[in-house]
Design a protein around this ligand. Sequence first.
Ligand code: GTP
Ligand code: MG
Length: 427
Amino acid sequence: MAAGSARIVRYILFAFFGIMVLYFMSSSSIPRPPLPTTSVLKGDQGKTHSGAPAGDVQAPPPLTVENVADASNAASAPALTSPKQSNDGPSGPAQSVAETSGERMNATFVTLARNSDLWEIVKSIRQVEDRFNRKFHYDWVFLNDKPFDTAFKNVTTSLISGKTHYGLIPEEHWSFPEHIDTDRARRVREDMAQRKIIYGDSISYRHMCRFESGFFFQHPLMQQFEWYWRVEPSIELYCDINYDTFKFMRDHNKKYSFVLSLYEYVETIPTLWDSVKTFKNNHPEHIAEDNGMKFLSDDGGETYNHCHFWSNFEIGNLNWLRSQAYTDYFNQLDKDGGFFYERWGDAPVHSIAAGLLLKKDEIHFFNDIAYYHVPFTHCPTGEQYRLERKCHCNPKDNFDWKGYSCTSRFFDMNHLEKPQGYKDQQD
Ligand SMILES: Nc1nc2c(ncn2[C@@H]2O[C@H](COP(=O)(O)OP(=O)(O)OP(=O)(O)O)[C@@H](O)[C@H]2O)c(=O)[nH]1
Ligand SMILES: [Mg+2]
């Protein structure tokens, strides 16, 4: 019995000694981040900087582009009282906080939406934030022909890591101009409805296309910016984007960009090219040397082949859209009335402008922005390429090399080498 008790006491002492040794090792030699006394706020109420619940202690993450951006954001986090939302015109430079490690571009996301688009646009915002903007915190401008409601503003602001702006479109940018014969426009809509042309009977769709063609970049909220990235509801982004796409555009002298291209429905633009020709005759000074006509026409400009960049995604330069060349171009088209007497879309309107007013190498194909807008997908060709960027798109869905895409033409015009494996994706 006595020998047994002594053994138990020895075990207890041994165990105690072991625990003490472990305690000293853990508290003296393993560096641990201090417990936060206050959570670092991003300027929006109650969210911790890392997205983790306050008080959760995590090991310091490795240095990446993302962390560098986050770290400098923490240093310059705006005070809680500074509004993240603005309804009333451009913010001063004090509010555009440089949050990335390098230079911050004068750029914004821009979305035209109705209040009823809220639950579809939030899906797009999540994707854009997760894949890109949580590292860069660019602003986001929302435009609407009706005032945005509180729910729309609160939900979108809570999801966006940059500052949000909400603007009302002036009536003259969303109505029939005086020179339009509204009876003729109505007859066109009735005819298109009978012929089942998509959105052919819609007035609001036509206002939308005209607004996106000629006015979004003129809105007072957009005037402060030089670069834009257009985002529509229900899109997907499939790959990480770890660099500043706006900076890329500036550094490589790009003015317009695309991810998907295709042929336009002929019925919606029967006389668009005639109007373009009138513009070319009236303003030969605006036609760029070494332009992208080859993408638009197979006979040197005589006829339009209907190729266009799909404008639901665009990263572009706002000063170009505000230039005299683009203004003269849009005014000619608007005067000819095809936004209402036909159903001209902003995609061919922007694309033809990019093809004629810019040098062809000022247009960029963003292969690494993997993207979906119903019903087409751009999923970069090449497995290694997709793995490096953590892409989650199915390469079988890639539209780039299919017969109805115009992207091959863009590659041919610019003498670009198509990626390995493109032939396997042709049908
Ligand atoms: N404020 C406002 N926004 C609109 C209106 N119609 C369309 N939009 C927006 O304009 C953009 C283009 O409209 P969509 O309906 O997506 O047009 P689309 O991409 O040609 O067609 P879908 O295939 O249906 O997406 C989207 O961002 C819409 O939210 C409108 O009447 N008012
Ligand atoms: Mg759309």
